[in-house]
Design a binder for this molecule. Structure first.
Ligand code: RIB
Length: 326
């Protein structure tokens, strides 16, 4: 692996406010929550933190309000070692905020106020932002941002991944096929795959998608059932690790981050899935979107489950600088 690999993540930075409950109140009704907590969120920012915790240099591009909340969220990213120099501060918008309703089974429902996140424009993805970067991840469903990232990153020989979530999937394949064409890794969940691939069968849906779009790898995350990889006309599957789910918020972001780190480590496709499932499973057992594990914890976890060869391979491929971290 390139010692100086830097991963750039583009997209949202939010404050997440969580309540844990088993009832959704009706109008005029109030219910008690079992727990309330808050922390930094936003898919792209969660991805950036997860990358940094796995020991890879991480940069984030997004937009916040020029307010205390924005400053606090930027400082939080800095404390994780994420490069925040290019984050925009908008004086006329408030920092994005999300209410996350977490079920007792760890499931999540979110109510989003996008606010300043919408102030990010294609022109913000400049050569300076990309300078020194090896991989670009766009965690946004905004086609103009994905296109701009591709336009700048591809001619520079950088790899690019996209996790556009439901907003991208809802646009339909006819609209987005040219937008994601040529992307290296495209992440989606099974709901989004079914929407885009027009089939209730996830494998069939994925086959429909890859027959119309040229992406090197299509990853479909299946929650507690692991993940599927479609690549070179083949399907690979790896189950999730069994943990007691506490909060699934950010699990997809964490999975994507781990998969890209594993790609930078040049692991083989099946090992990339196993590694990403392990990292995501560890996150699901903890509260909040930013509770992804550090590399050392992941390796200990895999080792405890008998993945000795994979752990040895990861250790071998880590740079000297990273070895100090684990
Ligand atoms: O993917 C999880 C994230 O989605 C949360 O952190 C929340 O901020 C929303 O953007």
């Amino acid at each position: 692996m390139n010692n100086r690999a830097v991963v750039l993540s583009i997209g949202n930075l939010n404050l997440d406010i969580y309540v844990k409950t088993d009832v959704i109140p009706r109008p005029d009704e109030s219910v008690d929550a079992y727990e309330a907590y808050m922390g930094g969120g936003g898919s792209a920012a969660n991805f950036a933190v997860a990358v940094a915790r796995l020991g890879i240099k991480s940069r984030f591009l997004g937009s916040v309000g020029n307010d205390q909340l924005g400053e606090m969220l930027i400082r939080e990213l800095e404390s994780e070692g994420v490069d925040t120099r290019f984050i925009k501060r908008l004086s006329h918008e408030r920092t994005g905020t999300v209410i996350v309703i977490v079920g007792l089974d760890g499931s999540k429902r979110m109510i989003r106020y996008a606010g300043a996140n919408l102030g990010l424009t294609p022109d913000d993805i400049t050569k300076d932002v990309i300078d020194g970067v090896s991989h670009v991840h766009v965690a946004l469903g905004r086609t103009e941002i994905i296109e701009a990232a591709k336009r700048i990153a591809k001619p520079m020989g950088l790899s690019i991944s996209v996790d556009g979530g439901t907003p991208l999937a809802r646009k339909g394949l006819d609209v987005i096929k040219d937008v994601v064409d040529g992307v290296d890794v495209w992440f989606m969940n099974s709901f989004e795959a079914r929407e885009l691939g027009h089939s209730d069968n996830v494998v069939k849906a994925a086959e429909n998608i890859v027959s119309r779009v040229r992406v090197r790898e299509l990853i479909i995350t299946l929650g507690p059932r692991g993940a599927l990889l479609f690549r070179d006309g083949e399907v690979k599957y790896s189950d999730a690790f069994k943990v007691s789910p506490v909060d699934t918020t950010g699990a997809g972001d964490t999975f994507a981050a781990a998969y890209i780190v594993a790609t930078l480590l040049d692991l083989d496709p099946m090992d990339k899935l196993v590694f990403a499932n392990a990292v995501a499973s560890l996150k699901v057992a903890r509260k909040g979107a930013r509770s992804s594990p550090r590399m050392r914890e992941v390796l200990d976890f895999l080792e405890s489950l008998g993945y000795t060869k994979l752990v040895r391979e990861i250790r071998d491929r880590l740079s000297n600088a990273m070895e100090k971290l684990i």
